[in-house]
Design a protein. Structure first.
Length: 357
């Protein structure tokens, strides 16, 4: 088990947020209402104030993994989400390499078969470059997806410590760009000052051409210091698959009440902690990520509509979740165990309630 050194507030600047060469201002600007106005459909939908209650009932959505006397610990990834990067890597790689290879082959064959100048110009100036771009994109998707899920820590948790006004976080520092795919991704432990972290509801609009989806995120923006609002880091609680427009403020409200108003560790006494126990084998990983695997009949009893939909689309859903489950299993098999620095352990004390890791 690897114990990490704790980096104090401001000692780490996220690589993508560092000032560009020759510049003095951070690449992400400043965390102020002027530079980050809210009310946007895509972007910052709402900037929250720590002294103001938001609408909705506080919720944690099962993302809290442990409680301490004056602190709560959120998991960075629930077990059903592990393996998704592997799924995207394999699926995206197959589609990308197939499309890119088809474009390249078509360009060469058509140009040689036609033999005209116009055919050569069209195929070698348009079709061939498009195919090479698709191949490069497929390679990037494959390598990045595999790196995201394999040989990663068992968890990337976040602790909110109200006694000392701190946030502690374990993260894996992804290296940006093509070169970053072949560099080490170090695991770090960081400490942030609660008063220097701003909370935002951010939205992102995605379109597939046929439909438009609006994803929602609860983001925490880290300022450099009390006198310098330059953004040096950011992180999120939960993810878009478990959040919605109305759930983001509910999750924030629980954290706000806990840190600011002495609120409870869990929104309700009946809310369970995140189950951090690793699946026993590949079949249990399949069950953790989708409708198949252990618990199959129980899901039919509890979620018949969901199960009917998944089985109507069985030619798509079965290979999808078998692949996702395979990635989940490999992610756990290659996982690296890390531990909080002793300074964090002394600050929060022993866990009062936690699920097995």
């Amino acid at each position: 088990m690897k114990e990490l050194k704790l980096l104090k507030h401001g000692e780490r600047v996220r690589l993508e947020y560092a000032p560009p060469p020759g510049a003095t201002e951070g690449a992400m600007g400043s965390s102020t209402g002027e530079e980050r106005p809210d009310g946007q459909v895509s972007g910052v939908a709402k900037r929250y104030r720590k002294d103001r209650t938001v609408e909705g009932f506080p919720q944690a959505l099962g993302w809290i993994k442990a409680t301490y006397k004056e602190a709560i610990e959120y998991t960075g990834m629930t077990k059903e989400l592990r393996g998704y990067g592997f799924f995207l890597a394999v699926f995206g790689g197959v589609v990308g390499f197939g499309a890119g290879g088809l474009f390249v082959l078509t360009a060469v064959v058509d140009a040689l078969r036609d033999g005209t100048v116009s055919a050569y110009l069209f195929n070698f100036l348009f079709m061939l470059p498009a195919g090479l771009i698709a191949l490069a994109f497929a390679l990037w998707i494959t390598l990045f997806g595999l790196r995201v899920d394999l040989f990663k820590p068992t968890d990337l948790p976040i602790i909110f410590d109200r006694k000392h006004g701190k946030i502690y976080r374990i993260l894996r520092e992804e290296q940006p760009g093509w070169r970053g795919l072949f560099k080490p991704w170090p695991v770090l432990a960081c400490e942030y000052e609660w008063e220097l972290v701003d909370a935002e509801h951010e939205a992102e609009i995605l379109t597939t051409g046929a439909t438009v989806v609006r994803n929602h995120f609860l983001m925490f923006i880290v300022r450099k210091s009390a006198s310098d609002p330059t953004i040096i880091d950011s992180f999120q609680i939960a993810n878009a698959s478990s959040l919605s427009e109305h759930l983001v403020p509910a999750v924030w409200e629980h954290i706000r009440r806990f840190m600011e108003d002495g609120g409870p560790h869990l929104p309700s006494l009946t809310e369970p902690l995140a189950n951090m126990e690793a699946p026993l084998d590949w079949w249990h990983s399949v069950g953790a990520t989708g409708p198949f695997g252990p618990g199959y009949m129980k899901r039919w009893n509890e979620q018949p509509g969901y199960m009917w939909f998944m089985h109507l689309a069985l030619p798509v859903t079965l290979p999808m979740f078998l692949l996702w489950g395979t990635g989940n299993c490999l992610s756990y098999k290659t996982a690296i165990t890390v531990d909080w620095p002793q300074e964090v352990k002394r600050a929060v004390g022993p866990s009062m309630k936690s699920e097995p890791v």
